[in-house]
Write a protein that binds this ligand. Structure first.
Ligand code: SF4
Length: 165
């Protein structure tokens, strides 16, 4: 199987995929085209992978068959690999970092006063992350703001707080 012919749900093969799996700290056989799509589309997904790399239950959820269900089949896996490499580079360039505590609190204050903050949908992922009962998800971007607000590369989709750097 070539990289271009990889089917959704099957492991992506090739030197680039091995390098990306190594950087993520996940087994290469779990790096599918669906996972690559998630990495490219959602910076928080990448952050969640980092947070969960030592938690087999969460990692299984993030890398399992539910990951990237909306993967557009017309995007070639080589293109996804290239974009995933860029996304990982951006994440690394941020120092895998977090914003300072005071910046985090300021962001959270803005979110807590925002009419878009909502109780999350009843998905298994939100239950496992402890978000199911309280207003913690941005209704505009779908992110758990308690995690998103830590990331220096993230911004509010309504312009209420900005990315740093
Ligand atoms: S990220 Fe922005 S739009 Fe979303 S809940 Fe926070 S302040 Fe509101």
């Amino acid at each position: 199987m070539t990289v271009q012919q990889v089917e959704d749900g099957a492991a992506v093969e090739g030197a680039d995929s091995e390098e990306i799996a190594r950087k993520l700290g996940i087994p290469a056989q779990l790096l599918t085209s669906s996972v690559l799509t998630q990495i490219v589309d959602d910076p928080l997904y990448l952050h969640h992978l980092e947070l969960c790399r030592n938690d087999p239950a969460m990692l299984g959820l993030l890398l399992g068959p539910e990951a990237g269900r909306t993967a557009p089949p017309e995007i070639r896996t080589t293109e996804l690999l290239s974009r995933a490499g860029v996304a990982i580079g951006r994440w690394a360039a941020s120092g895998f970092g977090r914003v300072p505590e005071d910046a985090y609190r300021a962001r959270m204050t803005a979110c807590q006063g925002c009419e878009h903050l909502a109780v999350p949908p009843k998905s298994r992922l939100y239950r496992l992350t402890g978000s199911a009962q309280q207003k913690s998800v941005c209704g505009l971007c779908g992110c758990d703001v308690r995690r998103k607000a830590w990331l220096p590369t993230e911004h509010c989709p309504d312009g209420r707080w900005s990315a740093e750097g």
